[in-house]
Design a binder for this molecule. Sequence first.
Ligand SMILES: Cc1cc2nc3c(=O)[nH]c(=O)nc-3n(C[C@H](O)[C@H](O)[C@H](O)COP(=O)(O)OP(=O)(O)OC[C@H]3O[C@@H](n4cnc5c(N)ncnc54)[C@H](O)[C@@H]3O)c2cc1C
Length: 346
Amino acid sequence: MTAKKRGIWVFGDYRNYFQNRVTLQLLSRAKELAVKINAEVCAVVFGYKTDEWKGDVLSYNPTFCGVVGEYIAHGADKVYLADHPRLAAYSMETYTLLMERLVKREKPEIILIGATAFGREFAPRVAKRLGTGLTADCIGLDINEEGLLVQMAPSFGGNLVAEIVTLERRPQMATVRPGTFQEIPHDYVRTGEVVKVPLPKTLPADRVRLVRSEHHPQREQKLEDAKVVVCGGRGLGSKKKFAKLFELAELLGGEVGATRPVVYADWADHDALVGQAGKHVRPQILFSFGISGAIQHTAACNDAKFIIAVNKNPNAAMMKRADVAIVADASQICTTLIQELKRRIR
Ligand SMILES: Cc1cc2nc3c(=O)[nH]c(=O)nc-3n(C[C@H](O)[C@H](O)[C@H](O)COP(=O)(O)OP(=O)(O)OC[C@H]3O[C@@H](n4cnc5c(N)ncnc54)[C@H](O)[C@@H]3O)c2cc1C
């Protein structure tokens, strides 16, 4: 009899699919890690009518309209599927119980969960129930010589990246920032196994009930996936001046990012935060207006292909990293760019 393959599990967080690709990014990395420890990649899907799922709003691929097919096409060898009306909306108690039971039965080696609002609530609860460790908000994953998962996470205010391994407890668990890894393209001919997961006879009573949910289509493109990112910092001087970045981003077909002081000052939503506590971006072009370039911010910009920085201070760290460094007033350059782009479009 052949020994059961070890499992690298990725929890399928498919809500807001077009804004949240982290599950696909994790499947891609899991595939690479699986080669190193001869494991199989499994996705775990909890939901209702998952075979009718069409990516929330668009059905862009008739072959894979279900979320299960989508995960197989993106690298899962096996999908554990629990499909039941009680799972239609995320219920913390039910999802945690189900995951705990499944993990205890199947004993995966590694579990990866996206560090989304959902994942940040769900993963620690599951880890606690299983009595294992969890590294939150990882920015890198690898396998070491002993075959252990190396979980890379910022520490000491982002000045260091700690490499954490879970020596004894199992599974090894990590949440990973969206945008850390790149998804692999669909493979339309891939096949995989689907294992149906039954619900226990008695389920915990939900302490929270979903009354209503609304889809916010205004952010169709995600900051993490944008080809152009226009990022602004405190040097822009005011909310009004910061707002100009949205106009510039629209003209460039890009997205707006922000530093922490800007988010704290309520010039931008938390969604726009770029950095250790926010999102990782990897654009072709990154504009940086009035940003000093603190490590907690730039750590999430390392994958930008080309950086254009505007700062009054030529010695600002961001200026040293930039491919083009413009010593000038940030707001003025932003306004000039908008005018010039509009003139060219006309
Ligand atoms: C645990 C921890 C986590 C953190 N996480 C994050 C994170 O995720 N993201 C993040 O961004 N920060 C984060 N920070 C904060 C980070 O350390 C910096 O404080 C922050 O990035 C600085 O933002 P800033 O560049 O907008 O502001 P500042 O550092 O104040 O820089 C403003 C810049 O604007 C320039 N300037 C001023 N006036 C003008 C002008 N008129 N025109 C052009 N340039 C001008 C200045 O020369 C300066 O370089 C974190 C900090 C900690 C401790």
